[in-house]
Design a protein around this ligand. Structure first.
Ligand code: C5P
Length: 407
């Protein structure tokens, strides 16, 4: 088996909470997994665990002050932000999540988070009422929408004597979450064209129709296809995500623009994966000036947008074509019907009414259908789900190329 990939340089942020005592064990486990660990503590964290302990375990001086001339003379905070291959904040207190959500940079750790482009993992730990508070919920949702990955919290007994959601995940669980499984798919020499995100269909110069798609699934699929060795072209609607390094990203807004970008690229593509939540309808006419408010009701006339996926699947020299289906009911039946109607090789279906799954969330579950078969991919983070999906696509692609007449 291929060894599991693990980040080599981890910046571990420790903030003020009783779970900070677990950070000592976490440093050991991260080092056991082969990573260099640089600990950065907030002032509050030093009241729960000493820098000396974490320094001894990490083998590197612990950093905490933003204005420390000695530390800045060695590896300054910007260099440290660049050094990190990933940032893990464990425990992440409610206060720290709030500061992060608002982009504050009033201590070294928050500054580093703002100054780094490395993936950010947050392991919240707090009292269950603080965790459920709408302010914390909103901060977490905002951070997740910007690409941060929330790990936990877990449910169980808390230091405050209560029981509920708010415990920091155990060090071993955190180490497992940072490891990305190696991809068992070979797409070297192939081009994969992917659509992702929502589209925006303008009503007038300031308003548009859109949907809740975050683009996370499509971007994760792009990342996985690239990890499998493919050349990846991502045609993306407006999202708050950075494309994976090395992926060609073409940004569009309207369905018509997405269609044009896809049609311009599809000739050289071996695989087309349509993860985008393309608007099905657009205003029949776009007002040139802002539509004025009146007392009466306003009727909009909508017309269908081009079905990009169906158009690609109908090409005489078409790539291996994969669609998505977001359904709120009778998932298998509707997805299979869509696969046949649009003439797709595979369709990946998900239910969008389950709590915490589907649109704009980090987790998802899919059932993939093809002619004569299906496979369920269980609930997991979208990054992992994308790996499983790309493995399945590669398997079917290679099978169809080996025996072109077989389904
Ligand atoms: O028909 P429905 O919109 O449910 O189909 C969903 C699938 O079709 C997704 O893969 C989506 O990316 C694709 N699609 C498209 N162009 C459209 C509508 C949907 O490519 N106008």
């Amino acid at each position: 088996m291929t060894p599991t990939a693990f980040p080599q340089r981890i910046l571990l942020g420790v903030t003020g909470g009783i779970a900070a005592y677990k950070s000592a064990e976490l440093v050991r486990r991260l080092r056991d997994a082969g990573a260099e660990v640089q600990v950065v503590m907030t002032d509050a964290a030093t009241a729960f665990i000493t820098p000396m302990t974490l320094q001894a375990l990490s083998g590197r001086p612990v950093r905490s002050g933003l204005m420390d001339p000695q530390a800045e003379a060695a590896m300054g905070h910007i260099e440290l932000a660049r050094w990190a291959e990933c940032i893990l904040i464990a425990p992440a207190s409610a206060d720290f999540l709030a500061r992060l959500a608002h982009g504050l940079a009033n201590d070294l750790l928050s500054t580093l988070c703002l100054a780094s482009e490395a993936p950010l993992f947050l392991a919240p730990a707090m009292n269950r009422v603080m965790w459920q508070h709408p302010a914390t919920r909103a901060n977490c949702a905002l951070l997740a929408s910007r690409g941060a990955t929330l790990l936990g919290p877990a449910e169980g007994g808390q230091a405050c004597g209560e029981t509920g959601l708010g415990r920091m995940l155990e060090p071993n669980d955190l180490v497992r979450a940072l490891a990305t499984p190696p991809i068992r798919a070979d797409l070297r020499g192939l081009t994969v064209l992917i659509t992702a995100g929502p589209t925006r269909e303008p009503l007038d110069p300031v308003r548009f129709l859109t949907n809740r798609s975050s683009g996370k699934m499509g971007y994760a699929v792009a990342h996985a296809a690239q990890a499998a060795g493919a050349r990846v072209i991502l045609v993306s609607g407006p999202v708050h995500l950075d494309p994976p390094p090395g992926v060609t990203c073409l940004r569009v807004e309207r369905a018509e623009e997405m269609r044009a970008a896809v049609m311009a690229q599809v000739d050289g593509a071996d695989v087309f994966i349509a993860t985008a939540a393309v608007a099905d309808y657009r205003p029949a006419a776009q007002a040139t000036g802002k539509i004025k408010k009146t007392d009466g009701a306003l009727s909009l006339i909508l017309e269908p947008t081009p079905d990009i996926l169906a158009e690609v699947a109908a090409l005489p020299q078409r790539p291996f074509t994969v669609g998505f289906a977001a359904e709120t009911e009778r998932m298998a039946e509707y997805a299979e019907d869509k696969r046949r109607r649009k003439n797709l090789d595979l369709i990946a279906a998900n239910r969008v009414d389950d709590r915490g799954m589907g649109f704009d969330s980090d987790d998802n579950a899919l059932t993939v259908f093809w002619e004569g078969g299906s496979q369920a991919l269980p609930r997991q983070p979208k990054t992992r789900l994308a790996v499983a999906l790309v493995e399945l696509i590669a398997e079917h692609l290679h099978r169809s190329r080996a025996a072109p007449d077989q389904p």
